[in-house]
Design a protein. Structure first.
Length: 139
């Protein structure tokens, strides 16, 4: 099921053009040649997900253990720092994790470099978070 879901997700990224870094960077270029395409892609993901959160209340999945809990609605340090880091990587490279993995099928060194940096960040994040949490409690 995960492979099929990942395949559908990757196909959606390819069809929407989100594996093209120029699309994403065009969205971020609000004072230049702005491209609103990404807004439609995000809306096409956010709206069905909002409906899915409502439909899963009190239900169990057919395949798997349980649905994930809804995200915490409060803004906190972890969300803000994580969002800033994600946004910086997204703006610099024009890729976020999903399209980055999908773009590996095109070949090229750039995708591999991004994937390596992304994996390094994922490995470094838990110890950095623990250290920041410890520092926040101490102060």
């Amino acid at each position: 099921m995960a492979f099929a879901a990942g395949g559908v997700f990757g196909l959606g990224l390819l069809i929407s053009g989100m594996t093209d870094t120029r699309e994403v960077q065009g969205w971020l270029d609000v004072f230049g040649d702005w491209d609103p395409t990404l807004a439609f892609v995000m809306g096409g993901a956010i709206i069905p997900m909002a409906i899915a959160w409502q439909l899963t209340r009190g239900r169990t999945p057919v395949v798997g253990g349980s649905f994930p809990a809804p995200p915490e609605p409060r803004l906190g340090r972890n969300l803000v720092v994580g969002s800033v880091m994600f946004g910086m990587g997204w703006g610099l490279s024009g890729l976020c994790p999903g399209p980055a993995v999908a773009s590996l099928s095109f070949g090229g060194v750039e995708g591999l470099v991004f994937l390596g940096a992304m994996v390094a960040g994922m490995i470094a994040a838990p110890p950095v978070k623990a250290r920041l949490d410890t520092a926040a409690v101490a102060s």
